[in-house]
Design a protein around this ligand. Structure first.
Ligand code: ADP
Ligand code: MG
Length: 280
C-alpha cells in the first residue's frame, strides 16, 4: 500500500459529536489503530465515562482503576495512567472509567475547569520525551464540561456524521459550541475533519447525506466514507479494532483509507492552525 506521511508536528484531535451512536469511538479506535499499524506514534485519550474506547482496546478500566478521571482531578499524571496497547506497540491509551461521570460536578467550581486536560497533556509532553504524531480524544455524547476540556486541549476537531436522515440536525448546536470555544477558550482550534459513517451504498439517502455535508463543508469532509458493516460492530466484542479483527474486510479497508486521507492532509491542517495562531 501507499505510505502514510507523518505529520511534521503533533496533531491533537478531539473527536466530537453530541449525538450518541454516530461512530465517534469506532472511528477513534480504528483510525488510531490504522495509523499505529503504519508506525505512527499515537495516544488515545478516552474522555467518555462509558469507556467504550478502553473496552475496544482491551484496556483495564473497572471503577477505581487509574484513569483519566484521576488525571483531571490532579491525583495522577498521564504517564502514570496510560497503558500500552497489546496489539500495537506505538499506541498508548489513557483509559476512562465510570468514575469519570462524577467529574463534571467535581471540577465545576475550579477556576481552570475547562483547561484541566490541556494542562495535563502539556505537562506530560513536557516532562517525558514522548513524541506522538497524533493524540485522539474520544468525547462523550454531550456538550458538557468534559467535552469542553477536550475542545480546549485539542488543536482540531473531527466530527463523525452518521449517514442518516437526521444527520445534520444537531450539527448546528455542535458548531455553535465550537464557535464559542474558538471565541474565547481556544482561539486556534479548527474543525479539520468530517467523516461520514455507517454509509449504505444501496440507499440514495446515504449519498444525499454525503453530498449535503460535502456541499456545506467541501474542504473538511473526507472523501472516504465508512460503510455500515457487521464486522465493524462486532469487533469490539473481540476486544479488537476491526483493522486487526478483519484486516481485509470492507470496514478495515475504509478505515485505513480514512486514516491515510487524514495523514495526507496533515501539513495543510497544521498550516491552517499555524495561520490562526499568527492571527492571519
Ligand atoms: P459513538 O462513540 O458516537 O457513541 P460508536 O462508535 O460507539 O458511536 O458506535 C455506535 C454503535 O454503532 C456501536 O455499537 C458500534 O459498534 C456501531 N457502529 C459504529 N460504526 C459502525 C459501522 N460503520 N457499521 C456498523 N456498526 C457500526
Ligand atoms: Mg463513544
Amino acid at each position: 500500500g501507499e505510505t502514510y506521511p507523518k505529520p511534521s508536528s503533533m496533531r491533537v484531535i478531539a473527536v466530537a459529536n453530541q449525538k450518541g451512536g454516530v461512530g465517534k469511538t469506532t472511528s477513534v479506535v480504528n483510525i488510531a489503530s490504522a495509523l499505529a499499524q503504519e508506525g505512527a506514534r499515537v495516544l488515545v485519550i478516552d474522555m467518555d465515562p462509558q469507556g467504550n474506547a478502553s473496552t475496544a482496546f482491551d484496556i483495564e478500566h473497572s471503577s477505581g482503576s487509574p484513569s483519566v478521571y484521576d488525571v483531571l482531578e490532579g491525583r495522577l499524571t498521564i504517564s502514570e495512567v496510560k497503558q500500552q496497547c497489546q496489539d500495537f506497540p506505538t499506541l498508548d491509551v489513557v483509559p476512562s472509567t465510570i468514575d469519570l461521570s462524577g467529574a463534571e460536578l467535581e471540577i465545576a467550581a475550579l477556576e481552570d475547569r475547562t483547561m484541566l486536560l490541556r494542562e495535563s497533556i502539556d505537562a506530560y509532553i513536557e516532562e517525558t520525551d514522548e513524541q506522538y504524531d497524533y493524540i485522539f480524544i474520544d468525547c462523550a455524547p454531550s456538550l458538557g464540561l468534559l467535552v469542553l476540556n477536550a475542545l480546549c486541549a485539542a488543536h482540531e476537531v473531527m466530527i463523525p456524521i452518521q449517514a442518516e436522515y437526521y444527520a445534520l440536525e444537531g450539527l448546528g448546536q455542535l458548531m455553535k459550541t465550537i464557535g464559542l470555544v474558538q471565541a474565547s477558550l481556544n482561539k486556534d482550534l479548527i474543525i479539520s475533519t468530517m467523516l461520514i459513517t455507517m454509509f449504505d451504498r444501496r440507499t440514495i439517502l446515504s449519498q444525499d447525506v454525503f453530498d449535503e455535508v460535502k456541499n456545506h463543508y467541501p474542504d473538511i469532509v473526507l472523501n472516504t466514507t465508512i460503510p455500515r458493516s457487521v464486522k465493524i460492530a462486532e469487533a469490539p466484542s473481540f476486544s479488537k479494532p476491526v483493522v486487526s479483527y478483519e484486516p481485509n474486510g470492507a470496514g478495515s479497508i475504509s478505515y485505513r483509507e480514512a486514516a491515510l486521507e487524514i495523514a495526507k492532509r496533515s501539513e495543510q491542517v497544521l498550516q491552517t492552525i499555524a495561520s490562526r495562531k499568527s492571527g492571519d
